[in-house]
Design a protein around this ligand. Sequence first.
Ligand SMILES: *Cc1c(COP(=O)(O)O)cnc(C)c1O
Length: 442
Amino acid sequence: MQIDWDKYIKKQPVLADIIKGKPAFWPNPYLLPNDEIWQHEKYSIKDIEVADADLHRYAPLIMALFPETKTTNGIIESPLKKIDGMANKLRQRHPFYGQLYLKMDSELPVAGSIKARGGLYEVLKHAETLALEHGLLSSKDDNYAKLASPAAKKFFSEYKVQVASTGNLGLSIGIVAAAVGFKAIVHMSSDAKQWKKDLLRQKGAEVIEYQNDFDTALDEGRERSKADPKSYFVDDVRSKDLFMGYAVAALRLQKQFAAQHILVDKDHPVFVYSPAGVGGSSGGVAFGMKAVFGDAAHVFFVEPAACPSSTLGIVTGLNNKISVHDVGLDGKTEADGLACPSPSVISGDIMKPLLSGIFTVADKDLFDYLRDLYATEHITIEPSSCATFAGPDRLFTDKLALQYLQEHDLMDKKDNIIHIGWATGGSMVPRSIVQQNLDTYL
Ligand SMILES: *Cc1c(COP(=O)(O)O)cnc(C)c1O
């Protein structure tokens, strides 16, 4: 792929660092005010509300398949926790203003990562579609718990659900699909951690391993699924359902803010920092936050310095047609959940008018954040998730980030900022791996 980077660098000099794999902050020059954003978007809050209503309809089925969700009436949600200890830790190193919270999707039921939201939604929606077509459900008003019966399981066992993943999406789809009764096949890239493959096999999914990166696993998985009329492919870089399943998080967060008496408005803005791989779950969250909170929300991605695929996709507009290999980066990172050389087909265009910017982060920093969080809050999350802290850590020191705050008249409101670190995964990490992570890059 021939790209005239000099042309982009002339207007956005920081790209010179990013394409060399240096940690930096890229302020999105295409960001628009909220009232203009929605003239450019093909989706809106309505699409999120549809996904939310669907998930409420599936709640009896979710309770039947995953009894641990009975306490929350079949709605899977994660805690929002204030983490003052971590904020103080950040403050010891750099200036930091405002309040720091952790959205703990690391504890999300069913799959222990942000992928539980979108994965559960897309697999159950597929099950619903088949059930309506084949008369297992008479209508959308029928009792969905029926779909957890042995007869329904037998029906679903005739069908396959396939997915390609660096780890967590595979876990989510594999676990949910197997619970419904589908034959689950997960195509795992070389970056996927061994414990995730082991766990999936233990849950009854078939795991196919690739020696290459995520792009290869994705192409292969998609082709194999296409060849089988009874197979459904959950496409991480193309699926609208997956994306909207993730976006529902913003509606839930709005309720949590209300319950915890956290005021969010233009004078008390919310800043969200989403660890991004292809821009799917991260993009869903960002889209949801802007759709729900408008100008009061400032949404950022954080990517590994060695794998800034979403940045390249948005800047060039090439989305999935570009890869970090095109700028000579190897895409290798310990943040397995973010090791995606090419970004989503759909997310980049959706992000373009609404994303505030993207931080890129060195692998070593991820493990420092991991230790800091453990030391201050006794919380352990995946290295990929720790990328989120690059945002609050560098927002008030990076020159371009400070410029962003000034341009948005936020300097005098900086103490009011509600920072949301998004912990994208963690609770399923085996104890021995947690210890290894705590000792990495020491
Ligand atoms: C999937 C994942 C991400 C990134 O999500 P994308 O959908 O690829 O942007 C971040 N962290 C963890 C732990 C993940 O599993």
